[in-house]
Design a protein. Structure first.
Length: 237
């Protein structure tokens, strides 16, 4: 079989096998460059937080705060929480918030505190429509830990704010723009389960096939366009 015939068949079958994924890569690349990353992350509806300052006296010492928790912390830090000073204790896989003025343990956050955190974080055009404590993992907050508070707003972009009940922090912001972005990100990296791994064997194999398809197409172009043999001129009668 001549090389040109082999590469024609090789290129055709590779195109059939990997062509759809190449289309997904192109579409994913377009979508990911089309959307403003700040809009994807929900930063345009995030309220600006005032920097934490110690305007109020810290009555409870770090040692007194530690006595209120049931684990041995590795670190304990003074931070601002809803405008008030709190101690945040951090262990290997545990966290706790202690009010620095009263010594009361605030974590895990109850519904009232979670609501305050959600409202303080959101600056969009909608209102808080629903607040739920999730105990089962949801796809759009993969790896953020459970349980987790989900605050659903009724704005035009269906924003959801996710709050850790252990440290009171907003750990994720999701909206319809993010969901479209995430879908095409999944197609782009070919991780259809966790949508986080972009160098797994499947995508490496697909990229290798796409490379071979490109090289074979390049060979055909060079061979048929630039190295095309010239036809002999017919003899004049």
């Amino acid at each position: 079989m001549k090389p040109i015939v082999f590469f024609r068949k090789f290129h055709k079958w590779l195109g059939l096998i990997i062509g759809i994924q190449v289309l997904f890569w192109a579409a994913g690349g377009f979508v990911m460059t089309f959307f403003d990353i700040e809009e994807v992350r929900g930063e345009h509806t995030t309220a600006k937080q005032e920097p934490f300052t110690l305007n109020q006296p810290v009555v409870v010492t770090a040692q007194q705060a530690i006595s209120q928790i049931d684990f041995a912390p590795e670190t304990i830090t003074l931070k601002g929480f809803l405008g008030e000073p709190v101690w945040v204790a951090q262990g290997q896989d545990k966290q706790a918030i202690i009010d620095a003025a009263t010594g009361e343990r605030l974590s895990p956050l109850d519904e009232s505190l979670a609501r305050q955190v959600a409202l303080a974080d959101f600056s969009g055009d909608g209102e808080l429509a629903e607040l739920n404590l999730l105990s089962e993992e949801l796809g759009e907050v993969r790896g953020k830990g459970l349980p987790i508070w989900q605050a659903q707003f009724n704005d035009s972009d269906n924003t959801r704010v996710y709050i850790s009940p252990q440290n009171g922090e907003v750990v994720a912001r999701r909206n319809d723009t993010w969901r479209v972005f995430d879908f095409f990100w999944m197609l782009h990296i070919m991780d259809y389960k966790n949508r986080t791994d972009f160098n797994h064997p499947l995508v490496v194999f697909a990229a290798l096939l796409a490379l071979f398809m490109t090289l074979s197409g390049l060979y055909l172009v060079i061979k048929m366009v630039f190295l095309k043999p010239k036809r002999a001129n017919p003899r004049k009668a």
